[in-house]
Write a protein that binds this ligand. Structure first.
Ligand code: NAD
Length: 355
């Protein structure tokens, strides 16, 4: 099983190195090959997604990705900025479905921004469409405004086929989660204002007819942002577009206590995937050895499950993370009084020992 390892920038390098060390403890034949991406790709080849990196990603069984982004490159034209690498990979590999579980570990309920009784036992899945929407819609740009000055513009766009295939991913995921009370999918849009959302709602509702066991509801994105804070446990699976999903999944991350805890999987139609923490390169703490590696370690667990067909190993890894938290290990982002504050390497070592 060949894994393309793309650490990227900032804390990406630290958390991926530690994750590989943990994966090394599993008795699996995993072959790792590393390549530069993001700012590191720009340094190596003059653009954020070098051809060699893309070729490696194409031939691998799965991709383990750290994070990209570095303030040093903020002034570059947008096609050369590190963040383009992840957008480019998603597009080139047709990774259209982003699965983001948000789960509250018992031990971390105190670390949530909300009261423990609101989040305890929370287990939701946000399914975000990844390759369409306003991030890719044309035309876009900055132009002269007829009344003077400039204007920026982007285009929100979704085809019926794109909506249909992400709806199916969400319905299937909801089914496989087996939540008590039956599977539920909440489709989130802005159909009171946006034409794109009107089509979204119509297509999702039509597709739901093939899944009579699933309870489908619709919610406006502004209400969903509010409900996630008011009563997040009302949700099972949330399915939404690229832009709304980007924002809602970051919001959901705070329910769990830390952005440093949340893994993600981006899948193509055949189960090949790119696995990465949902956080960015965290330039404010890069190089300090304090980043939380658990989101990346949990992303590796998703990789074992979804792309490498190693469900048992995935469970072992997730269980090792739970035991590490139970034993009180905390990086700074999830630290509370009475627990043991550790850095990136020590946290990964604790997981490896329990494995
Ligand atoms: P960020 O996720 O990098 O950081 C937000 C905050 O969370 C920071 O205070 C950071 O220190 C903290 N944080 C993030 N991950 C952490 C971890 N594992 N452990 C402990 N604390 C953690 O978001 P940002 O600051 O908005 O963006 C920084 C750079 O990352 C930008 O260049 C941005 O474009 C990029 N970015 C990349 C990705 C990606 O690679 N997929 C995603 C989001 C942002």
């Amino acid at each position: 099983m060949k894994i393309a390892v793309l650490p990227g920038d900032g804390i990406g390098k630290e958390i991926v190195a530690e994750t590989l060390r943990v994966l090394g403890r599993l008795e699996l034949k995993l072959e790792f090959e590393e390549a530069p991406v993001g700012g590191a790709g720009y340094e190596a080849a003059g653009y954020p997604l070098p051809e060699k990196t893309l070729a490696l990603a194409r031939q691998a069984d799965a991709i383990l990705f750290g994070a990209v982004g570095d303030p040093r490159y903020d002034a570059l034209e947008s096609s050369k900025r590190p963040e383009q690498a992840i957008l480019g990979l998603r597009k080139a590999l047709a990774l259209f479905a982003n699965l983001r579980p948000a789960q509250v570990y018992e031990e971390l309920a105190e670390a949530s921004a909300l009261r423990p009784e609101v989040v305890a036992g929370l287990d939701i899945l946000i399914v975000r469409e990844l390759t369409g929407d306003i991030y890719f819609g044309e035309p876009k740009g900055i132009r002269q405004h007829p009344a003077g000055g400039r204007e920026g513009f982007d285009t929100m766009r979704y085809s019926e086929a794109e909506i249909r295939r992400i709806a199916h991913v969400a319905f299937k995921a909801a089914r496989s989660r087996g939540k008590s009370g039956g599977p539920r999918v909440c489709s989130v849009d802005k159909a009171n204002v946006l034409e794109t959302s009107r089509l979204w709602r119509e297509v999702v509702a039509a597709e739901a007819k093939s899944y009579p066991d699933i309870t489908l509801s619709h919610m406006y994105v502004d209400n969903c942002a509010m409900q996630l804070v008011r009563n997040p446990r009302q949700f099972d699976v949330i399915v939404t577009g690229n832009l709304f999903g980007d924002i809602l999944s970051d919001e959901a991350s705070m329910l769990t206590g830390s952005i440093g805890m949340l893994p993600s999987a981006s899948l193509d139609a055949n189960g090949k995937g790119l696995y990465e923490p949902i956080h960015g390169s965290a330039p404010d703490i890069a190089g300090k050895g304090v980043a939380n590696p658990l989101a990346t370690i949990l992303s590796a667990a998703l990789m074992l499950r979804y792309s490498l067909n190693q469900g048992v190993a995935a469970e072992r890894l997730e269980r090792a993370v739970k035991l590490t938290l139970r034993d009180g290990y905390r990086t700074a982002d999830i630290y509370t009084a009475g627990t043991r504050k550790v850095g990136t390497a020590e946290m990964a070592s604790a997981v490896a020992e329990r494995l």
